[in-house]
Structures are given as C-alpha cells and as structure tokens.
Design a protein around this ligand. Sequence first.
Ligand code: FES
Length: 143
Amino acid sequence: MNRRDLLKTPLFLAMAKPCCELPGLPPTAYLRQGSTLAIDLRQATALQKMGGAARIRDEALQLHLVVAQTAPGVFHAWHGACTHGGAPLAYDARHGTALCSSVGHSEFGAQGEVVRGPAPRPVQVFPVKRTGETLTVELEAAR
Ligand code: FES
C-alpha cells in the first residue's frame, strides 16, 4: 500500500478527524422568539439519535450553543465556547460532557461545571424542554 492509499483508509480517516467537529444546524431548523429558541427535531438530524449533537452558531441571533441528546429523549444545551480561551466546545458522548477543542481539552458537565480544567469557571447551560418534535431552549434561564 502506498502513502496515497494509506491516507484513504477508514482507520486513517478516523484518526485524522479532529476530535471536536460538530455538525451545524441549518437556519431553517431553529427559530428564536425572544428569550426562547425552538429547534425542529425533524430538521435537526444530528440530534435525532442518543449521543447526537450539533452546533448552533448564528451571529445575527447572537447565538453559540452546543446541543446534545445526552440520554434517550433528554437534551442539554451549553454555551458553545470554552471559558478558558474561547475555543469551540463539542460534545463527548462517551462521558456526556462538553469538550473543548483546544489543546487543553477542558471538559464541562451537564450542569456546566468544570469536570477537567484548565477552564477557570463553569460554562453557561440552558434548560431544554422537548414537546413532540420541538426542543425549546430557554436562553434567559442560563445557569
Ligand atoms: S480554550 Fe478550552 S481549554 Fe483552553
């Protein structure tokens, strides 16, 4: 196998994939109404399975969230940036935590608490309620 073939193997691609990539949701999948954000699960395919997660980054709406289905039918939302240096957070389905993409890899629990530093303080989390195929994120009720 030559180098070019090696680079195309599934194992190499899995190893080369950054740890913290998250799919973004299309703007049609969510709607902000005042202090709430409604997410249409039918359009949010990344959130439809347990362990799935997505990033919502919308400058116009001043939103940066990581949303994940942390248990069957249970969803959590974290602010999308690390409190250490502002690097994007992703979701670690193995531990149910939000994981920083920087070298430090700070980790935040379901309540936003620092599980592993160097992050100096918790990250904001937002209550998420599911009603049918809609998730409602309470943006003003951040903890
Ligand atoms: S920015 Fe997250 S650990 Fe430094």
